[in-house]
Design a protein around this ligand. Structure first.
Ligand code: FAD
Ligand code: 2HG
Ligand code: ZN
Length: 469
């Protein structure tokens, strides 16, 4: 099919305003948030509903046109960016924004995949329920993108990741057929769990068009605290103590190294720092409950005893929501501060919590020996064992040296992750960023099974080619 005929058939399906052909208007869709992935596209197509997605996919199936699904385009692994060929279609879900049902009795919410995560959270709050997925990009990422990457964020410690929050799915397959699995059931043993195949598949198997999500009782509020410690191992011990003392009230436990906080204060947040003195490690801790009585005292008491025992060095408990918000702003600012400060070589890794401190000691040694001038930006969701162990490279580094440094750092850090039985992709996904490394670190049996699933569902390989596999 000629390009002109193809684009006019796209317009026939979704209307003029649903197809972007002008390269200047395509700019947002062909570059990623980090400014690292760039591509070109034959057209950006923005269907309004599942029937239109299905018609677009039928057309792409017929013409063998590769499709790159895109939600909010906040991903960090290059998964939503087309390649440079100009032959791929970007299928954006950003006009599929309806919340169809909020059911406070079944504790479920049914929505289109293009709904922004913050709007899902808001719709749950409106019926006095809670949707716990929370991450720095929540004002612009979509729930479909969250499912496609099995996003993590700060609530995983208590509520699990996106997979754990999903009950049902609707997916348009590569040939345009629609699988309606929009069931709000907590038990359904009728064969293979197909929804779990699509969650985390990064657009490589089909287009997620609708979701049924779990809702939870709304917490009455939260109490936050900021802790300073000399050793990472003390921070991990504090996590265990708080889990024992506070049980499910412990709703977040984030760690930041001094260099991560310094980056935020230098590039974003003036000189605000919750403690008077600097420490090598900080933790941002949050308790939440449906009943706030005694919550602040519980946190205060646990932290005071940790100071008395010499486990941590200092702490401050937020006295109100505004203080909580300022603490969280520091934590959530680290990604943007990295973009401003340099080019981060990112390692989004998961480790057994018991190995975190030893891993970091060894990794720090590797970086300090091999790359003594590069700052380590180490932070993350250590309550669930997820570190963002990043190394900052100057903005003006030459492309060839950047490539060489990235390859060397990735190899050394990811080899170490593997020695500790960890994962080289905890929450951001594989995309193009980790695709080649995946083969190195996954067994051939796992790769064979994944390739067999890909061939079974997408035999013509039109779904997000070059990503993940
Ligand atoms: P996109 O970036 O548009 O796409 C991501 C991938 O999903 C691509 O492979 C794309 O092809 C595929 N995809 C998107 N929509 C669909 C669909 N409907 N059907 C099929 N495939 C689809 N991530 C975390 O996990 N935890 C964090 O704490 C976190 N913090 C972040 C903070 C900042 C400041 C930023 C910029 C990003 C952060 N991220 C985090 C990464 C990112 O926000 C998440 O990966 C998010 O889930 C991506 O959603 P999106 O809608 O932007 O997806
Ligand atoms: C976070 O936890 C995100 O803030 C982004 O996952 C991590 O910028 C990063 O490396
Ligand atoms: Zn993260």
């Amino acid at each position: 099919m000629k390009q002109k005929e193809f684009t006019s058939r796209l317009i026939h399906v979704v209307g003029e305003e649903g197809v972007i052909l002008n390269p200047a208007e395509q700019e947002f869709y062909v570059n990623d948030w980090l400014g690292k992935a760039h591509g070109r596209t034959v057209a950006v197509v923005r269907p309004r509903n599942t029937a239109e997605v299905s018609a677009v996919m039928r057309l792409c199936h017929q013409s063998q046109t590769p499709v790159v699904p895109q939600g909010g385009n906040t991903g960090m692994s290059g998964g939503a960016t087309p390649d440079m060929s100009g032959a791929q279609v970007v299928l954006s879900l950003n006009r599929m924004k309806r919340i169809h049902e909020v059911d406070p009795v079944n504790n479920t919410l049914t929505a289109d995949a293009g709904v922004i995560l913050a709007e899902i959270q808001q719709a749950a709050r409106a019926v006095d329920r809670y949707f716990p997925l929370s991450l720095g990009a929540e004002g612009s990422c979509t729930i479909g993108g969250n499912l496609a990457t099995n996003a993590g964020g700060t609530g995983v410690l208590r509520y699990g990741n996106t997979r754990d929050l999903t009950l049902g799915l609707e997916v348009v397959l590569p040939d345009g057929r629609i699988w309606n699995g929009l069931r709000g059931l907590r038990k359904d043993n009728t064969g293979y769990d197909l929804k779990d195949l699509f969650i985390g598949s990064e657009g490589s198997l089909g287009i997620i068009t609708g979701v049924v999500l779990k809702l939870f009782a709304a917490p009455a509020g939260r109490v936050s605290a900021w802790v300073g410690a000399k050793e990472l191992t003390s921070v991990v011990t504090l996590l265990n103590r708080l889990q024992a003392a506070c049980g499910p009230r412990l709703s977040a436990f984030e760690m930041m190294s001094e260099s991560s906080l310094a980056l935020v204060t230098r590039h974003l947040d003036g000189h605000f720092s919750p403690l008077n003195q600097a420490y090598p490690y900080y933790a941002l801790i949050e308790l939440a409950d449906t009943n706030l009585n005694g919550l602040q005292e519980m946190l205060q008491e646990a932290l005071t005893s940790a100071i008395d025992d010499g486990l941590i060095d200092d702490c401050v408990v937020a006295m109100n929501e505004a203080q909580s918000v300022s603490m969280w702003r520091l934590r959530e600012g680290i990604s943007m501060a990295q973009v401003k400060a340099g080019k981060a070589v990112k390692h989004d890794i998961a480790l057994p919590i018991s190995s975190l401190a030893t891993f970091v000691k060894e990794a720090d040694q590797i970086v300090m020996n091999g790359f003594p001038d590069l700052p380590i930006i180490n932070f993350g969701h250590i309550g669930d064992g997820n570190l963002h162990y990043n190394v900052l490279v100057p903005l003006d580094i030459s492309p060839s040296l950047y490539k060489e440094t990235t390859a060397e750092l990735n190899k050394r850090i990811h080899d170490l992750v593997t020695q500790f039985n960890g994962s080289i992709s905890a929450e951001h996904g594989v995309g193009t960023l980790r695709r080649d490394e995946l083969k190195r670190y996954k067994s051939s049996v796992e790769m064979d099974l994944m390739n067999a699933i890909k061939r079974a569902i997408d035999p013509n390989q039109i779904m997000n080619p070059g990503k993940l596999l």
